[in-house]
Design a protein around this ligand. Structure first.
Ligand code: TMP
Length: 235
């Protein structure tokens, strides 16, 4: 005798996964200072969302396309010490424009969940707060790459999750082979952290901050709490 779907017991963890469906069609960015552990959390949410049957497009910025990966190599090459901050800004944005055209916009049009490891928030923190380029100038370039925020076809994230960590903890988590950005001074990295926190403070509707100092599992719980609160408060 077959058992109806309603009568069948829910598979273990099904209740926990149902809320993930609220992420369908969203564009969520994971961001934070080098060594914040955001990429680990990024991998975990991706696995959870896939497990819940969601169609996902994952991207990393800079990079994620054939052209973008070449721009990434130019940006992170430790030999390019002379790179001007405005050149840096344009290259990060150029890589992003390609990423949007090739992957992000089409995926959002298909109604997929788009998860990005870094995005414009990194430019605002690294080239902006730490690098000294005024926010208004970065936003001018951003509008050229992402589209105007009021345009429904533009690609501004629904949420930026900032993984906040103190510098000492971040330094311990870094691979000893530092790239050009990671080699910058500790003063620069302190400003990067401040940059993220300032963004979150000034735009609480689009940002959420997760304390990334504890162990990975605890950080995952905080990240899940944040996403549930934002996208599935009833679940
Ligand atoms: P990743 O190794 O986390 O992918 O990031 C590459 C480096 O580039 C990292 O040090 C942060 C930096 N970065 C910027 O300075 N500006 C940006 O817009 C982005 C996306 C990354």
């Amino acid at each position: 005798m077959s058992v109806s779907a309603e009568a069948r017991p829910a598979p273990a963890g099904a209740g926990d996964r149902a809320w993930l469906r609220a992420l369908k069609g969203r564009f969520i960015v994971f961001d934070g200072a080098d060594g914040s552990g955001k990429s680990t959390q990024f991998t975990r949410i991706m696995a959870m969302a896939r497990g819940a049957g969601l169609a996902i497009t994952e991207v990393r910025d800079p990079g994620g396309t054939r052209i973008g990966e070449r721009i990434r190599d130019v940006l992170l090459d430790p030999e390019h010490e002379e790179m001007d901050m405005r050149c840096e800004l344009m290259l990060y944005m150029a890589s992003r424009a390609q990423l949007i055209a090739e992957h992000i916009r089409p995926a959002l049009q298909r109604g997929e969940l788009v998860l990005a490891d870094r995005f414009l928030s990194s430019t605002l923190a690294y080239q902006g707060t730490a690098g000294g380029i005024p926010t208004s100038e970065i936003m001018d370039v951003a509008r050229a790459a992402l589209g105007h925020p009021d345009d429904p076809a533009s690609t501004w994230p629904d949420l930026v999750v900032v993984f906040d960590v103190d510098e000492a903890t971040a330094a311990k988590r870094l691979n000893p082979l530092l790239d050009r950005m990671e080699r910058k001074s500790s003063e620069f990295h302190a400003k990067v952290r401040r940059g993220y926190l300032d963004q979150a403070e000034s735009d609480p509707a689009r940002y959420a901050v997760v304390d990334a100092r504890p162990g990975e599992d605890e950080v995952t719980s905080s990240m899940v709490r944040v996403l549930r609160e934002r996208f599935a408060p009833e679940a």
